[in-house]
Design a protein around this ligand. Structure first.
Ligand SMILES: NC(=O)c1ccc[n+]([C@@H]2O[C@H](COP(=O)([O-])OP(=O)(O)OC[C@H]3O[C@@H](n4cnc5c(N)ncnc54)[C@H](OP(=O)(O)O)[C@@H]3O)[C@@H](O)[C@H]2O)c1
Length: 254
């Protein structure tokens, strides 16, 4: 039987989730890569020995089914990374806003809560087996503290996840540590225009995009330093300090 520590990550099929999955494979983890879309990156991860599980986090029954799959396969999980999220501007039509908010909250905060809760016993089992607390990392956003009003529902759903981070840090202590990483502009989306990028970088003290590795490094630091729990750590090049960030609007929470 494999003695490798087990990690579970959501949104593993591209960008940050993929980079985190690769870094954890390199660290010797057995990785469960949860993904909605089957991408070339998922095929590559499978080639690295990763177990790929398809799930739409918008569906609570599907999330529970994947939790059941994982705990049938392993009784012990050392690391959970809630990375997946849906990021969109608020619907123009106010009649569509309740349904949109419900979907964003389900994907960005309720599904992570379900995973923290459902995998909690397996995280505790891993901690007791190795004498070191397990770890949950929730990927939130600097806009949990200063929302961008054009992305109100997205920002509120990430703020809910930030708050859940604190509840679960208390609920699962001392066997499981629960922390949040709050990214700023780590990787623009293809849809961002040059002018939006310039605007965001002009509001970022370090005046550059951080890259996904900036979050990967912080995540690995949290793995190594087991005296941190209930922390919300910005990895944002100082963008959260920019005055008027939320006023501009034509940028984005990235
Ligand atoms: N990029 C930035 O600069 C930035 C800034 C602030 C915060 N963040 C946070 O950092 C994290 C990663 O950022 P990113 O740029 O890599 O995000 P991204 O490119 O938007 O990727 C999001 C991931 O979440 C998955 N996902 C979305 N909805 C899902 C659903 N219903 N069920 C299952 N999976 C779903 C996507 O899968 P599909 O491929 O199927 O769509 C994708 O793998 C996110 O939590 C984001 O909010 C990023």
């Amino acid at each position: 039987m494999s003695t490798a520590p087990v990690a579970v990550i959501t949104g593993a099929g591209r960008r940050l989730g993929y980079e985190v999955s690769l870094a954890l494979v390199e660290r010797g983890y057995r990785v469960f890569a949860l993904h909605r879309t089957h991408t070339d990156e998922i095929d590559f991860l499978i080639g690295q020995g990763v177990t790929a599980l398809q799930v739409d986090l918008a569906d609570p029954d599907a999330v529970q089914a994947r939790i059941d799959d994982i705990v049938r396969d392993t009784t012990s999980v050392s690391l959970l990374v809630n990375n997946a999220s849906t990021f969109e501007t608020d619907a123009q039509d106010p009649r569509q806003r309740p349904a949109q908010a419900a979907r964003l909250f389900q994907i960005n905060s309720t599904a992570p809560m379900q995973l923290m809760h459902g995998l909690g016993p397996a995280l505790e089992t891993a901690a007791r087996a190795c004498g070191r607390p397990s770890l949950i990392v929730n990927i939130t956003d600097i806009f949990t503290e200063r929302p961008n009003p054009q992305y109100g529902a997205y920002c509120a759903s990430k703020a809910a996840l930030a708050n859940l981070t604190l509840s679960y840090a208390a609920l699962l202590a001392p066997d499981v540590r629960v922390n949040a990483i709050m990214p700023g502009p780590i990787g623009f989306l293809p849809r961002h225009t040059d002018s939006q990028k310039r605007q965001v970088l002009s509001e970022t003290l370090l005046a550059r995009e951080g890259g996904f590795h900036s979050v990967v490094m912080q995540l690995l630091a949290l793995v190594d330093n087991d005296f941190i729990t209930g922390a919300q750590i910005p990895v944002d090049g100082g963008r959260r300090l920019a005055q008027g960030m939320a006023r501009h609007g034509q940028g984005s929470p990235d």
